[in-house]
Design a protein. Sequence first.
Length: 220
Amino acid sequence: MTLPLEGLLVVSVEQAVAAPQCTCRLVDAGARVIKVERPEGDFARGYDHIVHGESAHFVWLNRGKESVVLDLVKPDDKKLLEAMLSKADVFVQNLKPGALAKLGFPIARLRKDYPRLICCSISGYGESGPYAQRKAYDLLIQAESGLSSVTGGPEGPARVGVSVVDIAAGLSAYETILEALLARARTGEGAAVVPSSRSAGVSRISKTRSAPASAACSVL
């Protein structure tokens, strides 16, 4: 059976949960995903060791992907990433704010050089505003969004047992990439989309649950 995203190439500089969740769904839909890891590897590899000595989180979120180790401060490794991006349909990244640009891959430049490329940057608090340069963590967003207020016990609120905000951010990113692919099929143009963990967390606690997936991100 032909899957809907067969033939698409996705390059992802990713770690932890949000971006790997997004690209895992892209794999499930048939895309070829190349996961770029730093020399020390995705730190999610060390979350636990319960799946034949490997991390359950890592195995769950990265099944079906190809993987390459690149040290993006080295010129040759930068050239290899650039070559992959020149052939990619989708680029996903969830590095800390500003890190990708410092490495020589600002999204504005990628959009100019590769007009059909869809660039998805998953951040904690979006690309603008007073918190834009802050890192975000699942527990922090659960508390800030009010999600912790609807769980726990009589003694007080508590964190949801799984990384539900990171998962939600990844799924929002996946949905937004699909929207961008549909738009590209009509216009021939790629896009830059910037889903955030904060927006994903707020959308999950909001009483207005009919908001579209794109409400949890910005499109540039």
